[in-house]
Design a protein around this ligand. Structure first.
Ligand code: NDP
Ligand SMILES: O=C1O[C@H](COP(=O)(O)O)[C@@H](O)[C@H](O)[C@H]1O
Length: 485
């Protein structure tokens, strides 16, 4: 690993304290940050280095499971942090940032490699990159990398505009677009599951698979994010990015050689073969929902339209389900079902692969008890891979019964998503970041849905909080002879 400066815009904000500082700390504790490095936090608040270091310590106390008071490693870690007050819209302010970066590079022997991490509202992405260029802080003897958070635009037009702005300062290879789902160990494992297991690889196609389901259900509601969520809805918040990224990871063909370029190409190929929606057929393939009041874990919760900051007339989507078709030789004829929603029955992100069921024909007597073979990949929170098989139970006179073989992945010890994504940024591995081509193709695919939602040409189904979404989402599969697993 090279030495580097980590310049964090939005260092006083929520994401920095919850995810970025704990991720850096874990990497530090694990000796994965071996070369000299400097962290420079930026925000509008008038903080000193000491106040900033105290803030980082507090964040670790709350959000890092490895925090220990009075730890020598902790003290060493905090000493690396410096703070500079900056209003990102004021180009003059970048001079002080530049001086601080240079003086720390000199002091620590850092070779000019710089990460610019934009943990700020996307409205600032353009102005910050332009000021990085104007101020000269992007010019050094080393490499430069830009890390940005979602949302990347709010539709195809704004995403293209944003990308054009970033492209004036950074090359595509220098831009690391975070989709934290790509940092989850089980999403990264989707690739290995196929590639390292010829048995599964040989079954991964339309000859053997009847349908694939991807679910991300959450029990939380809109929380304190109504201002953002009212503009986003489930379609922009989860579907366009996390859900489509998981689809690409599940469906992509194995490249001959594993490298970031080949993986990206294979992922983009999936998006290129997604059958496009249009105004007429969107209602047939997409279900829009919004939670009503209900009960979750024994507690009564309010309807979406009663949440603070939400208009009582809001028709925003808190649930989306869709049927997608990939028109290529491998997946032709296999429906992919995707659903995501807030205030659902359980917190679970999972991929279920349902295999075709010849057993029903072979064992007439067992028609009612035999189930299809399922490969269930639980992405979070209980990382695991399970296989549902049918076996005869001698205690029940040889009746066939479903049995589950399960492997539980070591969730707690594995690096968290941000840890592995920040580490990949530092070592320059873009495999698990969203490439512009994938982002553009994703926006392009969801665009008719955005328009249908805006024009209200799709019904808005209410679902009780604590359920698995509206009945219409069940019907989406029932019409094809399937059920959600
Ligand atoms: N929080 C989360 O869990 C997640 C967040 N994200 C994304 O991460 C990004 C940051 O989100 P989050 O941390 O929640 O946001 P916050 O509102 O908590 O923090 C915003 C940060 O931006 C800084 N800021 C705002 N205006 C200016 C300005 N004019 N000049 C300089 N700094 C400014 C604030 O500094 P100060 O207050 O000191 O001015 C603060 O540090 C967003 O893009 C968000 O969509 C993505 C996934 C999850
Ligand atoms: O990006 C987002 O993801 C979270 C869900 O993430 P998870 O890692 O807990 O599955 C979601 O709650 C949030 O609305 C969205 O912005």
């Amino acid at each position: 690993m090279d030495s580097f400066s980590f310049v964090l815009f939005g260092a006083t904000g929520d994401l920095a304290k919850r995810k970025i500082f704990p991720a850096l700390y874990n990497l530090f504790l694990d000796n994965r940050l071996t070369a000299p490095f400097s962290v420079i936090g930026l925000g509008r608040r008038n903080w000193t280095d000491e106040v900033f270091q105290f803030h980082v310590k507090n964040s670790l106390n709350h959000f890092s499971r490895r925090f220990k008071e009075h730890d020598a490693m902790l003290d060493d870690f905090l000493q690396i942090f410096r703070y500079c007050a900056l209003d990102v819209t004021n180009s003059e302010g970048y001079k002080a940032v530049h001086e601080l970066i240079l003086s720390r590079e000199k002091e620590l022997g850092i070779l000019g490699n710089r990460v610019f991490y934009l943990s700020v509202s996307p409205e600032f992405f353009g102005i910050i990159t332009s000021n990085i260029e104007k101020s000269g802080i992007g010019v050094s003897k080393g490499w430069k990398r830009l890390v940005i958070e979602k949302p990347f635009g709010r539709d195809i037009t704004s995403a293209r505009e944003l990308n054009k702005k970033l492209g004036q300062v950074f090359e595509e290879e220098e831009i690391y677009r975070i989709d934290h789902y790509l940092g989850k160990q089980m999403v990264q494992n989707l690739e290995a599951l196929k590639l390292a297991n010829p048995m599964l690889q040989s079954l991964w196609d339309n000859k053997n698979i009847s349908n694939i389901q991807i679910t991300a259900s959450e029990t939380v509601g809109v929380e304190e994010r109504a201002a953002y969520y009212e503009q986003a809805g489930a379609i922009r918040d989860m579907f366009q990015n996390h859900m489509l990224q998981m689809l690409m990871m599940v469906a992509m063909q194995s490249p001959e050689h594993i490298n970031p370029e080949n993986i990206r190409k294979k992922k983009s190929d999936i998006m290129k073969h997604l059958r496009p929606l249009n105004k007429k057929n969107t209602a047939f393939h997409v279900v829009r929902g919004q939670y009503g009041s209900g009960e979750i874990n024994g507690e009564q919760v309010a309807a979406y339209i009663e949440e603070p900051g939400v208009e009582s007339s809001s028709r925003n989507d808190t649930f989306v389900a869709a049927r997608l078709w990939i028109d290529d030789y491998c997946w032709c004829g296999v429906p992919f079902y995707i659903r995501t929603g807030k205030r659902m029955k359980e917190k679970s992100t999972r991929v279920v692969i349902e295999f075709k069921s010849p057993i029903r024909d072979l064992y007439e007597d067992n028609k009612k008890t035999a189930v299809p073979n399922l490969l269930i990949i639980e992405i979070s929170p209980n990382e695991s891979v399970s296989l549902q098989l049918n076996l005869k139970n001698p205690a029940k006179y040889g009746k066939t019964e479903p049995v589950i073989l399960q492997f539980s992945a070591p969730g707690k010890e594995a690096p968290e998503a941000y840890e592995s994504l920040i580490f990949d940024t530092l070592r320059g591995d873009p495999t698990f970041f969203s490439h512009w081509e994938e982002v553009e193709l994703s926006w392009n695919w969801v665009q008719p849905i955005l328009e249908a939602f805006k024009d209200n040409t799709l019904p808005l189904h209410s679902y009780p909080a604590g359920s698995m979404g509206p009945e219409a989402a069940q019907q989406l599969l029932a019409g094809d002879g399937f059920i959600w697993w």
